[in-house]
Design a protein around this ligand. Structure first.
Ligand SMILES: [Zn+2]
Length: 232
């Protein structure tokens, strides 16, 4: 994880929080962390009266999450929540984001999600990351070759059983997930905890300071075509 810049794709505002401790650790070490969210999160309201303000609420929550984790750049593609589809324009938007962020490594959803927006994010971003390095669509920026592409969740059971490609030590940063979840107030009904409960949980984890790690799976597409075999 010796990177200068990383880019994390998420289907919805808050998906990136799955790898919050890794983001926080890399950001604290001076790595530029960019996050690109595909949808506007407009369906994430647990109360019908929030319908008209959920997008604005989630925009504010994303800013708070950025501050909590040290995320330096946030791209929002604002596609329809519960309706993300692979079309030419969203594919080109992802290529443009990769070329603007110029990451050493990209993190995205694996193929095994049940949420259709998560599956679509996987299906759009994997080829977009590859295509961003090709000398095509020059109006989207200078080609940028991404050297490592990882899945941070939704990996097939068989691959999961075979073990991760990378296990990253996040000891001392494990509490950042609860801190980030605390900022996502509109999602607290879904998460089943209040802001105060998340903040108390973060405090407990921080004080316990037990060993912690996160696991990532390298995209088989990249592993097969662009990389030497990884060390055991
Ligand atoms: Zn999601």
């Amino acid at each position: 994880m010796n990177y200068q810049r990383i880019l994390v794709f998420g289907a919805h505002p808050d998906d990136e929080i799955t790898m919050a401790p890794t983001i926080a650790k890399l950001a604290a070490a001076g790595v530029e962390v960019a996050v690109c969210i595909m949808t506007d999160g407009s369906e994430g309201f647990p109360d019908p009266s929030w319908r008209d303000r959920i997008v604005a609420m989630r925009a504010t929550e994303m800013e708070e999450c950025d501050q909590a984790l040290g995320i330096t750049r946030r791209f929002r593609l604002n596609r329809a929540d519960m309706g993300l589809a692979h079309d030419k324009q969203v594919f080109k938007d992802c290529i443009r984001v990769v070329r603007e962020a110029r990451p050493d490594a990209v993190f995205t959803h694996g193929p095994a999600g049940i949420n259709p927006d998560h599956v679509a994010t996987h299906q759009i971003t994997v080829p977009a990351v590859w295509q961003a390095g090709e000398p095509v669509a020059a109006d989207l920026g200078e080609p940028w070759l991404v050297r490592q592409l990882f899945y941070y969740k939704e990996v097939e059971t068989s691959r999961r059983a075979a073990g991760p490609s990378v296990t990253f030590d996040v000891t001392g940063f494990a509490h950042f997930r609860a801190l980030a979840q605390a900022t996502q107030v509109s999602q607290h009904t879904l998460f089943g905890k209040t802001r105060e409960e998340f903040e108390a949980e973060a405090e407990r984890i921080k004080e316990a300071n037990g060993p912690a790690s996160e696991t990532f799976w390298m995209s088989e597409r990249f592993a097969l075509t662009d990389f030497p075999p990884r060390e055991a």
